[in-house]
Design a protein around this ligand. Structure first.
Ligand code: ADP
Ligand code: MG
Length: 629
């Protein structure tokens, strides 16, 4: 019998291999985006037409390829990423098989334009069904553009197998999300049939999530962070109340690579046990980092599954870390040690309605009455609804001259610490009936201040220790953020406009955030060259603090990621809150202390400061008891 075995021609072998690598347009998107990341691009644009069936094009500003490499990149097993099998165990790149471009070129019309940093001229290459049809020098920018047209043009069966455009687009967006989430410091853009789908500036991980999934997402995220010898875990889980019936946003990344792992999913789900109903799924964005030697990513051709050496340990750590974060951010179980079922607010008073003023008021003593009635003074603190503005200033400290503007009174000893408006705020609670007060008379409990730094408050079963500065930062931060985003101006007019001088670039920075600052209560009468003129400031700050606040703000903006709307609002609120918050070392009277605590627990996330530090801690009786055994 004659010999019958023959080697398959390359293009046939490539077509067969392509079946594994390229199932649909989304597979092409994934491979091209990952190549761009591997080429160290900092900006990547994805353009698709007809759900990728007509065109998938990726442009990056990465390393580019030399003429020879451009040609070689389409050969099977041609890769610059590993040299020996050993390298497989120390992978820091997405690709390594050297199959993607060869496979894609076997089943589509491909066009490549590329140039390296150092070469004067780039390369333009076209390939159809594995055959190079043209190669010319080309004037192109540094980086690479690969266009993949008419996918499966030569395999009609595969082409017919593709799903509807919306379905294929969904798959593409999924791949895009995965790569974009794993690389927040890279800017991404995506266009479909000529219109913008995503425009993601370089940012951090939280901002990237918010930019992709919408600004509402921010408040749903609970940070997760842990580092041990074998694994580093960072990221976010969604608060249990935002769990979805359908499997929503669930992302695991291992060493910046998206992976699927039912096993790790189980670890996360079980950390949510008891916090959500049975038929819903938690959302999460978890970034795990492990030693590349300790995983095998080679077990699946499209590389979304991996195997860990120490799966059980990772499961346990992941579960514990998520549980810990949920506990930290879930105020109820932490505060009330013996809470009833269904009782999910920290204090009993949360169920009470505000009570009528319990002290005698001299209703004629109201130095600010006129001003308050004019309605342009408003305190950025949450208030009970049925409280009247007239009662706001009753009980002001002696020596406070209402006829003078606030900012002139910094020499007054009781206000020299820059908290005069803060104090007034507390005073107002005297007449509106502080809920704490009732509690105190009922139970005889009191708060006190420790070292002018912490507020100690008894709880049913122990005590709570609140960091006054961080607590106030949290309160101000949430309020400022709300003002900035819902555009609610809160101003005090200055008698004489403030003229401040900054460098030109700094004035430009202020100009950029002018609108947001105005939402917090600033009124800028002039902003030009090196001068900033201010005719109104937020009610909660002193005129004498404005310079510091703006300097700090400019500094913080310079440090922060530029041009992300979200990041800017958030950063602005953080920076201002830090500048304005009551400092450590400031003596607080009883009303102030209690008001601060009331305000804190009216916050959305009272447990952490805007900069993610714990705001308070609790000590249980049993902890104390142990000390006396
Ligand atoms: P792999 O990524 O597994 O190495 P590919 O077929 O995806 O295989 O790519 C082959 C080679 O082509 C890569 O190893 C890389 O050297 C080069 N290459 C592909 N895309 C790019 C790009 N966008 N920029 C620079 N080089 C690229
Ligand atoms: Mg690749």
């Amino acid at each position: 019998m004659a010999d019958i075995i023959q080697l398959l021609p390359d293009h046939v072998a490539n077509q067969i291999a392509a079946g594994e690598v390229v199932q649909r347009p989304a597979s092409v998107v994934k491979e091209l985006l990952e190549n761009a990341i591997d080429a160290k691009a900092t900006s990547i644009t994805l353009i698709i037409k007809d759900a990728g069936k007509t065109l998938v094009q990726v442009t990056d500003n990465g390393s580019g390829m030399s003429i020879t490499d451009a040609r070689l990149s389409f050969e099977r097993h041609a890769t610059s990423k590993i040299k020996s099998a050993e390298d497989l165990f120390n992978l820091h790149t997405k690709g390594f098989r050297g199959e993607a471009l060869a496979s894609i070129a076997a089943i589509a019309h491909v066009e490549l334009k590329t140039k390296t940093e150092n070469s004067e001229i780039g390369t333009h290459l076209t390939i159809e069904g594995s055959k190079v049809t043209s190669q010319d020098p080309a004037v192109v920018p540094k980086g690479t553009t690969i266009s993949v047209k008419n996918l499966f043009y030569n395999i009609p069966a595969r082409r017919n197998f593709l799903k509807s455009n919306p379905v294929e687009t969904r798959h593409i967006i999924d791949e895009f999300h995965r790569v974009a989430l794993a690389h927040p410091s890279v800017a991404f853009q995506m266009l479909h049939n000529g219109s913008d789908v995503f425009n993601l500036p370089a940012s951090n991980s939280r901002q990237r999530i918010v930019n992709i999934f919408g600004s509402k997402t921010n408040e749903k995220l609970v940070p997760v962070s842990e580092e041990t010898e074998i694994i580093k875990i960072e990221g976010f889980v969604m608060k249990p109340e935002y769990s979805k019936k359908s499997r929503g946003e669930q992302f695991f990344f291992v060493n910046d690579r998206f992976i699927k792992s039912p096993y790790l999913h189980h670890a996360v789900s079980s950390a949510f046990e008891g916090l959500m109903k049975n038929d819903v799924h938690p959302g999460y964005f978890l970034f795990l980092e492990v030693d590349p030697h300790s995983i095998d990513i080679n077990i699946h051709p499209t590389k979304t599954e991996i195997k860990f050496d120490d799966e059980h340990a990772i499961y346990a750590m992941l579960r514990a870390t998520v549980k810990h974060s949920l506990g930290q951010f879930n105020i109820a179980p932490v505060l009330d040690f013996e809470r009833d079922k269904g009782f999910d607010t920290p204090y009993e008073y949360s169920k009470k309605s505000p009570t009528a003023p319990s002290i005698e008021i001299d209703s004629d003593f109201n130095p600010f009455k006129e001003k308050a009635k004019q309605g342009n003074i408003k305190f950025p603190f949450k208030r009970e609804q049925n409280q009247s503005w007239e009662s706001l200033y009753v009980g002001l400290k002696d020596g406070f001259d209402a006829a003078k503007p606030l900012e002139d009174q910094t020499s007054n000893p009781s206000t020299s610490l820059g908290i005069n408006s803060f104090e007034m705020e507390f005073e107002s609670e005297e007449v509106t009936g502080n809920l704490f007060e009732n509690k105190e008379t009922e139970t005889g409990q009191v708060t006190f201040q420790l070292q002018n730094k912490y507020i100690v408050s008894p709880l049913k079963n122990g005590m709570m220790i609140v960091h006054q500065n961080l607590a106030h930062q949290r309160i101000l931060y949430e309020e400022l953020l709300k003002n900035i985003t819902v555009k609610e101006a809160v101003s005090q007019q200055l008698l004489f406009p403030l003229q401040l001088h900054f460098s030109k670039p700094d004035v430009e920075i202020i100009e950029k955030v002018r609108e947001q600052l105005e939402h917090t209560g600033f009124i800028f009468s002039e902003l030009k060259e090196e001068t900033v003129e201010i005719s109104g400031i937020p009610v909660l700050i002193l005129e004498s603090h404005v310079v510091n606040l703006l300097n700090q703000l400019v500094h913080d903006i310079k440090e922060d990621v530029p041009d992300s709307g979200f990041s800017q609002n958030d950063m602005l609120a953080k920076s201002m809150a830090a500048s304005m918050a009551i400092k450590t070392g400031v003596l607080l009277n009883r009303e102030e202390r209690e008001h601060l605590i009331n305000q804190l627990f009216a916050c959305k996330e009272p447990t952490v400061s805007p900069t993610n530090k714990p705001v308070f801690t609790t000590l249980e009786m049993s902890d104390l008891d142990k000390k006396f055994m």
